[in-house]
Design a protein around this ligand. Structure first.
Ligand SMILES: [Zn+2]
Length: 71
């Protein structure tokens, strides 16, 4: 299976960002500023590889440990 960048149609090893179902390569994503947009989770943009360290807590779920750490 060969991934092709939806912007430049060049084959790539891994997409950096997805716009909907379209994979965008790291070079095009950076040039178009998609990486920054994807980090902000705007619209249909999302990072191809979920970064657990930057993952924000689920707003629907209380963080059980936040209160303990602050006290
Ligand atoms: Zn590209």
């Amino acid at each position: 299976m060969t991934l092709r960048c939806a912007f430049c149609n060049r084959p790539m090893l891994a997409a950096a960002v997805f716009v909907g179902a379209m994979p965008i390569g790291p070079t095009c994503a950076r040039k178009a500023g998609l990486l920054e947009l994807a980090r902000k989770k705007s619209g249909v943009l999302r990072m191809a590889r979920p970064c657990t360290s930057q993952r924000s807590p689920d707003p629907q779920t209380m963080d059980l440990f936040a209160e303990v750490e602050r006290v």
